[in-house]
Design a protein around this ligand. Structure first.
Ligand code: E4P
Length: 216
């Protein structure tokens, strides 16, 4: 399973990249706004900077919701760097745009996916990635991991090549359970990636080894 970091924060991206296990980055308008990135030039420059830190796919989201504007925006985003993947919302014009991008060699990430039906449409349109938001599904009292497993089953049975990108990760267990359920990629906040390192028995065991090493 590939590991993406879900942030627009450059120091978080650098810290995850330094671990040597980072395969890409996802951003969204909320994450960009959180970093105070404003204005078209700054937005494009920020994506370029992320691409210079990480050698892997970087999702950059379109801000418009009609077909023509999404295509125009997506072309500009894709021109920033070959690793840019255009992130398109799961709406009617978004599906049309994903098909257009697929036909024109531009890779896409279909975002805001909350059902298997939506995931089928995204795959049919030729999305490179589909992003089910598992944390938000759990928050609304449904089972996000169950959706990952259902999409994985459908894609497998139907031979769809779209990769399942588990998004809206809230904790390390979401990552483990997404891997188990068949996600090809997990996009996670830095805290969830670092959280996977932790186990009290590791800390206790290491403390004991270091104590005993003094007797060697
Ligand atoms: C995915 O690409 C989204 O950016 C993200 O995972 C949304 O997560 P949230 O529900 O924590 O906002």
């Amino acid at each position: 399973m590939k590991f993406f970091i879900d942030t627009a924060n450059l120091s978080h991206i650098k810290e995850a990249a330094d671990l040597g296990i980072l395969d890409g980055v996802t951003t969204n308008p909320s994450l960009m706004a959180k970093e105070g990135i404003k204005g078209n030039d700054n937005i494009l420059r920020h994506y370029a900077e992320i691409c210079s830190i990480v050698d892997g796919d970087v999702s950059a989201e379109v801000l418009s919701t009609d077909f023509d504007s999404m295509v125009a925006e997506g072309k500009t985003l894709a021109a920033i760097h070959p690793n840019i993947v255009v992130k398109v919302p799961m709406i009617k014009d978004g599906i049309k745009a994903i098909k257009w991008f697929a036909d024109n060699g531009i890779r896409t990430n279909c975002t805001l996916v909350f059902s298997a039906g939506q995931a089928i449409l995204a795959a049919k349109a030729g999305a490179s990635y589909v992003s089910p938001f598992i944390g938000r599904i759990d928050d609304s009292n449904w089972d996000g991991i169950e959706l990952i497993a259902q999409i994985a089953h459908i894609y497998n049975v139907q031979g769809f090549e779209t990769e399942i990108l588990a998004a809206s990760i809230r904790n390390p267990l979401h990552i483990v359970r997404s891997a188990e359920a068949g996600a090809h990629v997990c996009t996670c906040p830095l805290a969830s990636i670092l959280g996977m390192l932790k186990h009290p028995l590791t800390d206790l065991g290491l403390a004991q080894f270091l104590e005993d090493a003094k007797k060697m």
